[in-house]
Structure formats: C-alpha cells, structure tokens
Design a protein. Structure first.
Lengths: 211, 210
C-alpha cells in the first residue's frame, strides 16, 4: 500500500521539510567546528544502517531456526548467544528474546513509549512502527492492526503483544510455510519479511520467492 | 511523567499505514539527525534514558505533529542547549572505527545486585499506580492492573533513576526486571478480545504483590 499524493502531502509522519534541512545542517556545522562530530564519521554511521544492518540479518536467524532444530532450541533458550553466533550483535540488541509463532499463538512486538526495536537483526524501524497509530492501537486492538496489514488470523489463535518497555528486544520467529521442505536455508531466508519478524505480517508464500 | 509519548491504548490516530519498500531514511536531514545523535551519545554527554526523557518532554502538540526523526532532532537541540557550551577540555569526536565498534558491540544493561528477586514466574502482581514527574517506563495503560510474572530478566539499570537531569551524574543502581502478562480483559474491560494478552517489561519498583 502506498500513500496517495494528497495524503502524503499533509501527513506528519514524513514529508519534505526544508526548514529541517537548514536547521540540522546548522547544528552539524557548529558541532563540526567544535570538533565534536566528524562529517565523515557521520557518513560511516549512516552507511552502517543503510547498507549493512537490516532485516536480512533477522531472516538468516529465522531460516537457520527453521532448518536446524538444535539452533532453534538454542535461540529460544538463549537468543543473545544464538543470534550472536551469526554475528548480529550491537546497539539496541543487547538483550534479545526470540518469540516463536505457532498455530496456537501469534506474537507481535511494539514499543508504546518510544521506538525500541532490535536494530542488529532488523535494522532501523520503519516509520509506521514509530507512529502513534501503531503504538496506540496494537495493545488495545491487535487484530485491527493485523487487518491494516491485510492479515487475518483465526479467532482460535491467541495473540500475544510484547511491549518493549525496557532494554529487552524481541524477535518474532514466524511459522515456516507449507511446501518448503526442499528449500535451502538461503532460499528460506528470502521468504522472511521484516513485518513477519515484528508480527504484523506473515512470511511470503514460496511461489513469490525465487526458487 | 504522564507524557504525550505514552500512547498505548489511545484511540483515534487512524489506521497503521505501512509503506512499501520503505528506505531507512527519507531525507538527508533524517540521516544527519540520526548520526549526530549517535555520535554525540557516544561521547557520553547523556545516557539513553536521559535522551528518551528529552524526547517525551517535547510540547505535546509538537511531539504528535512531528516525524520521529524530527522528535530526535528537537530533543537533541534541547539537550545541547541544556548542557551549555560543549567545548570542554578533551571532548573530541570519536573516530569512525571507535563508533562503529561501539555500534557492533554488546553493552549489557545488566548490573550486579545484592538482593534476590521478590517475584517469581507464575506469581500474580499489580502494576503500581505511580505518576512520577520524571522519566518512567511504566505505561499508563498497565497501572493499577493485575498481571502474571512470566520471566525474571535479571537486574537492569533502572530508568527512573538513570534519567538524571542532563549534566548530572546518573544513578545506575539496578533493579530486578520482570516480564509481566496482562489479559486484554484486565486492561480494557469485559468487552475486550479474550484471546489477547499484552506484556510489559517492568522493574521491581513498578510492581506490588497481590
């Protein structure tokens, strides 16, 4: 779903703000003159989160859990160690917990108070995750949020919402789709969407993926 | 504080609007707001709870009408203003190597503690009805409600004390941290969906035995 132009225009969630460009540049210039920031270092920080850290890290964790039962048990028992073994360690991922979705229970993750999100496995959070609409609604109407994402779960599936109010960071392990027995770990990782690891979406069905 | 940031359970914000193939940043000023916040934070001018408190202390109308990176930037400006002149002896930008190293290392919020946890998994507890003026991570929607401890997470730095006024030395003494489940019916009343449960992560001072 994409915003229509009219909606995007007056939406406060993101829009072009020339005032902000000038204001941020002014602060950066001042801090650079004082030697407190180095623009090249700022570029390197941005590059880390634009190019290196992202949901492909979490997808690798999920695909490994789907294909390696011993890893799956380790992940559920000690997510810091299991995720760390794949190299996904860092800021905003200090205390990881993996949440396994089943037919009986669907997990969803939020931070109602700010924007807490497991950066090392998912990258930086999308705008909707930080929006008042998601943060307010998912704790009182999680099925309504799922409907906003085009997802409908049977009433027999219990829904568990995890509000990240401390430094615990949660990664949802979505259910492995049917008909994927012959797929490799790399192929399976392609099915794992960011939203499926937050709990607002499901994984892709295999026909969508490159096989 | 009972701030505008504490939106859990509010209604009327409209549907959640996911964007297809959303990039990490939409504008150059967002990249810079993010990276300047990270770079200055790495100089330990503030801790995470102090900066969260700056963000949640923005004027409510400004908070709700701002994109999240604008919230970050406005709080950053305010923090710098409060800290005063930053040209202090020995305060210099970190190298890229140092900052990238910090970003990819694990710095636990766990701290040694002398006490034993008061609550155990399976125990019923009530979230206290507290309304502190300062920073807290106990959301309003849980206060006064009874839930069940499902995990003891260790002793972690306690945000209510860690968020000292900017420029002051924070008190990093930890408290036991728990994950507590609340049924939707307990939180939202008898018409709520009986299949829904919400958990919060709550430090021991947020909880009382029932």
């Amino acid at each position: 779903m994409k915003y229509d132009d009219e909606h995007e225009h007056d939406h406060p969630q993101y829009s072009e703000l020339p005032e902000m460009e000038a204001r941020v540049r002014a602060l950066e210039t001042l801090l650079t003159e004082k030697g407190l920031v180095d623009p090249a270092v700022l570029d390197a920080v941005v590059e880390r989160y634009e190019k290196e850290v992202g949901p492909h890290n979490g997808a690798q964790v999920v695909a490994r859990a789907w294909t390696d039962d011993e890893y799956r048990r380790w992940l559920l028992e000690d997510a810091d160690a299991a995720i760390g073994s794949l190299g996904h360690v860092g800021r905003q991922g200090e205390h990881m917990v993996a949440l396994e979705n089943t037919a009986a229970r669907h997990n969803m993750v939020v931070c109602t108070l700010c924007s807490c999100y497991p950066w090392p496995v998912l990258g930086l959070p999308p705008v909707w995750y930080k929006s008042p609409s998601y943060r307010s609604k998912v704790v009182i109407d999680p099925r309504g949020v799922l409907a906003d994402f085009g997802v409908s779960l049977p009433q027999s599936t219990e829904i568990k919402v995890w509000d990240s109010t401390a430094e615990m960071r949660y990664l949802v392990i979505p259910m492995r789709p049917e008909g994927t027995d012959d797929m490799s770990e790399e192929q399976l990782a392609e099915l794992v969407t960011r939203d499926s690891m937050i709990g607002t979406g499901l994984v892709k069905v295999p026909t969508d993926a490159v096989r | 504080m009972n701030g505008v940031h504490d939106v859990g359970g509010m209604q009327g914000f409209g549907p959640v609007l996911p964007e297809v193939d959303e990039p990490p940043f939409h504008e150059e000023w967002e990249r810079r707001s993010f990276s300047i916040t990270i770079a200055l934070g790495a100089l330990r001018l503030w801790n995470i709870d102090q900066m969260r408190h700056e963000r949640e202390s923005l004027p409510p109308a400004e908070y709700l009408s701002s994109s999240y990176y604008r919230i970050w930037f406005l709080a950053l400006e305010n923090a710098i203003r409060k800290l005063g002149p930053l040209d202090r002896e020995g305060l210099r930008a970190h190298t890229a190597e140092k900052i990238l190293g910090m970003l990819s290392s694990r710095s636990s919020y766990g701290r040694p503690i002398d006490s034993q946890p008061v609550f155990q998994p399976g125990q019923r507890v009530r979230a206290r009805n507290i309304n502190p003026n300062g920073h807290t991570r106990l959301p309003r929607y849980a206060r006064g409600h009874v839930g069940t401890v499902v995990a003891v997470r260790g002793a972690h730095v306690y945000p209510d004390r860690n968020a000292a006024p900017l420029g002051q030395e924070p008190d990093r003494a930890p408290e036991w941290l728990y994950t507590v489940d609340f049924s939707a019916r307990e939180l939202w009343g008898e018409d709520a969906d009986p299949t829904v449960t919400t958990s919060i992560d709550a430090w021991e001072p947020y909880l009382e035995a029932v």
